[in-house]
Design a protein around this ligand. Sequence first.
Ligand code: RIB
Length: 292
Amino acid sequence: MKKIVVLGSINVDTILNIPRLPLPGETMAMGDQSTAGGGKGANQAIAAVRAGAETTFIAKVGKDHSADFMLDTFKKDGLKTDHITVDSKAGTGKAYILLDEKGQNSILIYGGANQTITVDDVENARDAIENADCLISQFETPLAATLAAFQIAKKNNVVTILNPAPAKTDIIVPNETEAGAITGIKTVDRKSIINSAIKLNKMGIKRVIITVGSRGSLYYTDGKESFVDAYKVSAVDTTAAGDTFIGYLAAKLDSDLANMVEAMRFASKASSMAVQVKGAQNSIPYVDDVKI
Ligand code: RIB
């Protein structure tokens, strides 16, 4: 069984249903609201475990009810939680998700305990990282901890996903907006997305995947690009679509990375299923239901 370690955030998501994003200064009535498990780290860890990988999660929660709620979910899914520790001062992370009628979202984050993860927490999980096939991290937890984890991973030939420069990573997986923010290239069409991938590649990342929502995902490596079309579905909530993609990608990827496009197709199918259900973690499918 593939072994994956995820270092990242845990949030309790409050989803606010609104007709459209408010304009600056506008007061707007909203529909109902609901609460669900979230956090990019937690979503990706859950996607990996539901995709069939043995998954260890390095994370931090506060000493509060939100933490109990989240840990319960993780245990039900079979995530390895030994490296989720408690910060006695900061609260468990929270996200406020503005979800419009087209399924698009804008997210506000309170980092809380996520921001207290230290290099020592990573050191305590050294064994798990050294023995993993793949390490995944994001930018919702402190960079110093991510760098320490990536350094351990690289010394032990563990495949890494994402890039906390200056440590090198094997694969970076931003969406088109994030890619644009890193490269400074406005990603508006296929050409600019490819140019953005080329720039990331020139920055030292050998394999670049840019996810482009309902259009699919682009893979760029060694001067060649491959485009994986998205499955055509009717989206009600795109929250955690990217997280589902990354968790499934890691779980399906061979250690020589040769089956990248095939793994992307599988990840794309899982993510197309996630957008048809509201909420983050409750929308992530189980591997037996993902058929391509
Ligand atoms: O990627 C979606 C996630 O981003 C949400 O679950 C929210 O918690 C934020 O971390």
